[in-house]
Ligand binder design. Sequence first.
Ligand SMILES: [Cu+2]
Length: 321
Amino acid sequence: MRQLPILAALAIALISPAAAPAATVPPVTAQVTDGTVPVAPTDPATLDRLPPLPRGHTVYVRLALIDKVVEVAPGIKYRAWTFNGAVPGPVIHARVGDTVDVTLTNTASMGHSIDFHAALAPPNIAYQTIEPGKTLHFAWVATSPGAFLYHCGTPPVLAHISNGMYGAIIIDPAAGWGRAAQSFVFVQSEFYPKRVADSDEYEGDLEKMLSGVAQVVDFNGDAFRYMMKPLHIAVGTPVRVFVIDAGPSHFSAFHIVGTLFERAYVDGNPANLLRGMQTLAIPPGGGTVAEFTVHQAGKYPFVTHAFGDADAGALGIFDAH
Ligand SMILES: [Cu+2]
């Protein structure tokens, strides 16, 4: 009797139409070479901006793995593991059909990797860990629009994400996002710091990471950064936000006080349209693209409505003129 459900499942699998083969997706190969290549560091001031699309249909992404002390909250100097010396790593921007050509070079003190949620690729090939002093190269074709996470996938992934190894990759639909809008990119994440003995610096605490009780929660790697330095928006002009939740463990309940989202795309895919949303549920490893307009000058806080996390730093201000 116990075999019946298995047999039924097999029968269903045999008679169900197969998913359409992804015939247009070229295979991904990867090469690891000795030595590192020079990479320009990422300016943290650029992390809320969507960079322009490059000319042509290949997006060259050059990322260096770097150990760096960064401030993740007022007074918390954190020994981070980074892409390009910034937390999050740089915003990557491509469109459906583009080839994303990735060079990952390891100048850090341990092995790391990169996992693109936007890619169709065998992880053991494309997302392999490379040791210090090595460089990995691979390329993939973007097939689906969205607001995606990239992150280091080297075990323990919890520690590699908690220590700062993530960023946003935005894939535009082939026809673009529609109406003109002011754009902002936000990556929500959390930190679990402990003080390093005989130092004023902090490092990740694996016990705290496992507990999931974060001390610092932030947008773009620095708690309260947009409360101290609000972002300016224009009254009557649509604003488009690309929000990604890097986690590693907390969901985002992204909300803007004083307005509603006219439309939102779950995971940033226009096929997943929502309208008239108050709060957007974004899981760790997920994203959303949403649009709103304010109709009166004022200060509009944006938060995760999980208020323990807002009080821990995931709170900013849109200043509308
Ligand atoms: Cu890593």
